[in-house]
Structures are given as C-alpha cells and as structure tokens.
Design a protein around this ligand. Structure first.
Ligand code: NAD
Length: 505
C-alpha cells in the first residue's frame, strides 16, 4: 500500500500525461533520439482508453545504430574494464535513483499497462531496485578459478562479458522483466540494448535516463522502442549482437531460435509461457488457506502472470470447500480504478488482449466446463479494458482452458481422485514453468515435488520469491534461468588460459 490517496494519484497521473505529450524517444548513446524514419506509434492507456504518448517507432536502422554504439562502448572498455567494485557502486546508485523515483515509475507502469498502483509501487518498483542492488552487490564477490592441473601448468578459467547483448521483454512486468536481464548483464560488464514491449515502453525509457544519471556511461545501456516483428526481429538477426535474452510467449521464443540460427548463433536465454498446475491435496489440513492463497495468486496482476496457477488440480473430496473459498476471494478482485490504492485488480493490457481472454469463456462452455463466476467485461463506462475474475469448475485437462495460456484473470478447477492422477495431470502440458503442491505429509510433498516437471515447485505456498533463487522453466517454458547467481552465467563467456610454467630445456 502507498500513503497517497486516489485523488493524489490522479493528480500525479495528469502531470505524467501532460509530460508525455512531448513524446517518448529512444535512448541511444546517452541521447534521446527519434526513430531514423521519424515514425511514431500511439501508446494507449488501458485504464481509460486515452492516448498516453507518441512513442518513437524504431526499425532495423535504429537497431543498427544502437548496436554500433553499444559495440563501440564495449570495445573501448568504458564500462567493461571498470573494476567490479566500481560497477557495483554505480549499480547501487542506480537502485537508489529508482527508489527515489518510485512514484513516477509506478505511475508509468500503471498508466501504460493497467496494473493497480499499489502493486506497481510496493511490488514492481521495489523488486526492480532490489534487483539492481543485488547484482551490484554480488559482482565484486565472485571469483574466477584455477584448475587443478599438474604442477607444470597454471590453468585459469576466467569469465569475460559476452559483449553486446539485447533484452527483449514483455508488458506484464515491464520494468521487472527488464531488470532481471539488464542488471546481471551490466554487472558482468556487457553493453545492453533493451527493447520493451510496444504496449509498455515508457518505464524502460525512464530507466535508461536514470541509469545515465547514476553514472552508467553513454552507449552502455540503450533503449530501442518499436514493434516486435521489426525491432525484436532485427536484434535477433543482428550479426553483431552476441546474446539475446528474451521473456515473452513461447511462439516468439521459437522465432528467436530461428533468428539465432539464421544469423550468428548468438546465445539465447528464453523465459517463456506457462500453464502452472497447483495441486491441493486432502492431506493439507487448512483447505481454506490453500484455496485462498491460490485464488490470490491466480488473480494477482490480472492473471497476466507467466507463473499464474491457472490449473487448480484438487482432490474431489475437498473440491466443494475449495471452490467456495475461490468464489469468496474472487469477489475481492472486482476490477477497480488502477489509480485507487484500494484496487486489487486493474485493467488488462489492451482491448485485443481483453477480447482474446474473454473468448476462453466460450471455449470453456463449448468444452463442457462450468463457468461459475465472471466471464464478462467490467467497468465499461471507464473506456478501459477490464475483465471480471472468472472461475471454470469441473474442467478436464484436455480442454483448451487447461492447455492454453490464457494470461488473464481466469482460473480452471480440475478435480482428480488420487495423488497419482494429480501428478499425471500436472505434467500433461507442453509447459513447465511453475507448480505447487499443498500437503502436510512430508513424504507426499517430496514425491510430488520431485515428480513435477517444472522449474519452480512451491510447497504449501505460491509465488514465494526473492533474488536468491533461479527462475525459469522446463519444456516449452524456456531455456536458461533469470535471477540468482546462476543468471550471471548467461552473460559471460568462459575462457581457459593454460600457462606452461616449466622452462624449456
Ligand atoms: P510476446 O511474445 O508477444 O512479446 C514479448 C516481446 O517480444 C515484446 O517486446 C514484443 O514486441 C516482442 N516480439 C513480438 N513478436 C516478435 C517477433 N516476431 N520477433 C521478435 N520480437 C517479437 O509476449 P507478451 O504478450 O508481451 O507477454 C506475454 C508472454 O510472456 C506470456 O506468454 C508469458 O507467459 C510470457 N512471460 C514469461 C515470463 C517468464 O519468466 N517465463 C515472464 C513474463 C511473461
């Protein structure tokens, strides 16, 4: 929660809107620039359907420009050659500046993509500053290796930055998904080009300005705005981009594999979609708590979560009690004004996404599930894109609502008759990002968590999270991990230097 009132946030939002009238430019080589073509696109706020800003609409020539300056910055060592302890200080200063601009950044996020202001401030901005602090703090505490060779040699295994890396990110947590890539990439000394989603470009531009203020040198952190098929594709195909780190849909992740294969085999990190199973077993004592936590996690961020526990797999004996609690919690997620600090569910990112999400109500009915609440638009008078929290009951795992990522406030309840059936159902998906099991039986907790093919398994909780643990998926949910020290590996090359120390005869 924040201390500002709804009226305060509205007043601040108007100031941001007025400032945005000037237009939003890309950041290349430390300067605000228009697209080379002069083209712009209109960013529309989903909270009321009003235009927010004319944003520079980049294309291949802008990507070329950004890659060129990023390469020059990398080659002259203005950032890469700085001692890790110095990079740490700059990244921590950047984190401080993000905290100092907390309200402005939170508003940009809420206005651009519709999430409640209480979440933008207390979750998004806080997590972003924490992420830069964490990687800044870590980077001067990591050692290279000396291999255990024979005494006749010294073999060093050292880590070197990849070079020029691109980050292509989605709109559901615009700044946070960017931070999970930009922070470890900068910490390890790379030059970065960030491409935000076209639905949510404003916070990325502001972040790059704050990075400059913090002391990240010109050309080291660039932002190119524009469409995925133009800017994202040009980055993916660029011969001088060494690594591309993507968060987004599985479909687009597959395109990036093609782009890499068609160009320079650039390294890829892919954080993709999910359809997370959440198993509530009768061996968990507090059914109400499990159901209530599950509903909060399913409706948080309008369900626009890669980890959304959208498949609730429940033992039939406790299904009715679980469903009753889900219904109760869903009522506290009635969509509201995102600028009201009391609101827990805001707007979906745009009209076309709201229509796509709503279509799943028809799929549910066609396939034979019960739509027990929601399934309709809300707050139509606002001009924004709001959808009611929706619950589908008595579904089976072969239905579209159980197999496809909805990315909206829709929860599917699938009853099962045994732990074995629960595990089988959980794994019957092309995705493997997050999952959960609720049980008080230790042996069952171990067995189920080991059996689930997913990168994240929560036991008796959901979305428990901090910077210390890796985040990413099995199967079509991606390749590689964000967060934790493991993420640093993506942004470095390993170099072996073998020195013969025995003198020649
Ligand atoms: P998206 O794949 O449509 O877009 C993501 C980014 O890719 C955007 O910047 C977009 O402009 C760009 N893009 C789109 N088409 C492209 C193309 N043809 N070539 C190159 N770039 C292109 O995803 P979205 O709708 O923005 O986000 C929702 C998706 O993101 C969901 O599938 C969700 O699960 C996933 N996601 C995954 C994680 C994770 O960590 N695994 C986190 C958040 C979101």
């Amino acid at each position: 929660m924040t201390e500002l009132s709804k009226a305060d946030w509205h007043a601040k939002a108007e100031q941001i809107r007025n400032a945005a009238q000037a237009g939003a430019k890309m950041i290349i080589n430390g300067r605000k620039v228009d697209a080379a073509s002069g083209r712009t696109f209109t960013s529309i706020s989903p909270i009321d359907g009003r235009p927010l800003a004319q944003v520079a609409c980049g294309a291949e020539e802008d990507v070329n420009r950004a890659v060129q300056v990023a390469r020059a910055a990398f080659e002259d060592g203005r950032w890469a050659s700085r001692p890790p302890a110095e990079r740490k200080l700059v990244l921590r200063r950047f984190a401080d500046l993000i905290r100092a601009h907390r309200e402005e950044l939170a508003l940009l996020e809420t206005l651009d993509m519709g999430k409640p202001i209480a979440d933008s401030t207390s979750i998004d901005v806080r997590a972003v500053s924490n992420c830069f602090d964490w990687y800044g703090e870590a980077i001067d505490k990591i050692y290279d290796e000396i291999a255990p060779t024979a005494a006749s040699a010294v073999a060093m295994v050292t880590k070197e930055p990849l070079g020029v890396v691109a980050a292509v990110v989605p709109w559901n947590f615009p700044m946070l998904m960017a931070a999970w890539k930009v922070a470890p990439a900068l910490a390890t000394g790379n030059s970065v080009i960030l491409k935000p989603a076209e639905q949510s470009p404003l916070s990325a531009i502001r972040l790059a300005e704050l990075a400059l203020e913090a002391g990240i040198p010109e050309g080291v952190f660039n932002v190119v705005t524009g469409d995925g098929p133009e800017v994202g594709r040009a980055l993916g195909l660029h011969m001088d981009v060494d690594g591309l780190f993507f968060t987004g849909s599985t479909q687009v992740g597959k395109y990036f594999m093609e782009y890499s294969a068609q160009s320079n085999l650039k390294r890829l990190g892919l954080e993709l979609g999910g359809k997370s199973p959440n198993i509530i077993l009768s061996s968990y004592r507090d059914t109400k708590h499990a159901a209530s936590t599950s509903a909060h996690s399913a409706f948080f961020n309008q369900g626009e979560m890669c980890t959304c526990p959208s498949r609730l797999i429940v033992e039939r004996s406790i299904q009715d009690e679980v469903v009753e609690t889900l219904l109760t919690i869903s009522r506290s997620y009635a969509p509201g004004d995102p600028l009201d600090p009391e609101t827990s569910m805001g707007a979906l990112v745009n009209e076309s996404h709201a229509n796509r999400v709503l279509a799943f109500t028809d799929h549910a009915r066609t396939d034979g599930a019960d739509v027990i609440t929601g399934g309709k638009r809300a707050r139509t008078e606002s001009g924004g894109s709001y959808v009611e929290p929706t619950i589908f009951n008595n579904a089976t795992n072969d239905m579209r609502i159980a197999q496809e990522e909805i990315f909206g406030p829709m929860l599917t309840v699938i009853p099962v008759d045994s732990v074995e059936e629960a595990i089988k159902t959980a794994n019957d998906s092309c995705y493997g990002l997050a999952s959960a099991v609720w049980t008080d039986d230790l042996a069952t907790a171990h067995r189920v968590s080991k059996s689930i093919r997913a990168g994240l398994v929560y036991v008796n909780c959901y979305d428990c999270d901090d910077m210390t643990t890796p985040f990413g998926g099995f199967k079509e949910s991606g390749i590689g991990r964000d967060k934790s020290l493991h993420a640093l590996d993506k942004y470095v090359e390993l170099k072996t230097t073998w020195m013969n120390i025995e003198g020649r005869p």
